[in-house]
Design a protein around this ligand. Structure first.
Ligand SMILES: C[S@@+](CC[C@H](N)C(=O)[O-])C[C@H]1O[C@@H](n2cnc3c(N)ncnc32)[C@H](O)[C@@H]1O
Length: 310
């Protein structure tokens, strides 16, 4: 099976790695993965382009076509491109010669008889160096996710990128349905629908519901928005595949119960079989989520967010 690679940024490494693996598992539950430093390698039926079009944090991606040691013997098992460029991605702890790209470019251009094009190549050959291996990766294009627009913002909104990442952690593919029972301005719904995942938003504040509807309409999206308390989940649980939400805290909670009690009550009504991805303020952890996989996102000295996946 083809291997694909994903180079991640230095920030949020665990989260970025698990996002890529989760996207692949939404389509191919038998996905195998390995990672080293900021490199994730997947063995999966899903194309790297599909994963890169959804992933939030990927810097570079493509197929792994070979490994290399002796530069003069490099001969990747792929059709020769009309033109190409070599790019080094050094993820190792050692210094790599600045002439590596030129040397490999020379070998490949003699082997293939293809031109090197720095500005508009038909193929980019990545020389990915880690402490344990040197990979040759290839990509015929660079894929960037197409993000939805947001016309109305609000101070307590979750940022667009983190919202996309948590939708991806729910491991759903197109046509499945998520519910965000504290939808606020609808950021999570926007990201879900931009990936053709259906979504239902709930918020007890009519103003928030109207903001969400406007944000959805600006993208011609059709997610349903219900003006109600999160308890509405009990009535729609049969129609949803996962719950992805950013729990209220501080002024966003505007509720008579304490933030911790709200988290506890909320988690207790979610059926155990449903995938649950929640974001909450560090310190509001509840026992029901003790076995969940957790990631911490530091924002400022009084706000560290926890993303928990159960
Ligand atoms: C942290 S904000 C969500 C922000 C949202 N992710 C966004 O990007 O705009 C929490 C939202 O939960 C809503 N909320 C608070 N308590 C609620 C409850 N008991 N039932 C439903 N919604 C509630 C608030 O009105 C607020 O819009």
């Amino acid at each position: 099976m083809l291997q694909s690679f994903f180079v991640l940024p230095g920030q949020y490494e665990d989260l970025a790695r698990d996002e890529v693996i989760s996207i692949s598992k939404s389509y191919d539950p038998k996905t195998k993965s390995s990672s080293e430093s900021r490199l994730v390698i997947l063995e999966s039926k899903v194309s790297w382009k599909k994963i890169a079009s959804r992933a939030t944090f990927v810097r570079n991606s493509g197929n792994i076509v070979d490994t290399f040691d002796d530069i003069s013997k490099i001969d990747p098992p792929i059709p020769k491109p009309l033109s190409f460029v070599c790019r080094t991605i050094n993820l190792s702890s050692r210094k790599i010669s600045t002439s590596l790209e030129k040397q490999v470019g020379g070998v490949l251009s003699r082997r293939w008889g293809s031109k090197v094009s720095l500005s508009n190549p038909h193929l980019t050959v990545y020389l990915i160096i880690t402490d344990s291996e040197q990979y040759l990766g290839c990509a015929d294009t660079k894929i960037e996710p197409k993000l939805p627009i947001k016309v109305i913002k609000h101070p307590h909104e979750l940022d667009l990128k983190l919202s996309r990442c948590i939708v991806n952690l729910s491991q759903l593919k197109e046509g499945k349905t998520i519910c965000d029972p504290f939808c606020g301005t609808g950021t999570i719904l926007l990201q879900a629908e931009s990936m053709e995942i259906k979504s239902i938003g709930i918020d007890f504040d009519p103003l928030m519901c109207s903001i969400t509807r406007k944000n959805l309409a600006a993208n011609q999206f059709k997610s349903k928005v219900i003006n109600s308390s999160y308890n509405e989940i009990r009535n729609i649980k049969g129609t949803i595949d996962a719950i992805v939400t950013d729990l209220p805290y501080g002024i966003a909670s505007r509720s008579s119960v304490s933030p911790k009690k709200l988290v506890k009550d909320f988690v207790s009504i979610i059926p155990k079989r449903k995938k649950l991805v929640i974001v909450y303020k560090k310190g509001l952890d509840v026992e029901e989520m003790s076995k969940a996989k957790k990631y911490e996102i530091y924002r400022h000295k009084s706000l560290t967010r926890v993303i928990a996946v159960r």
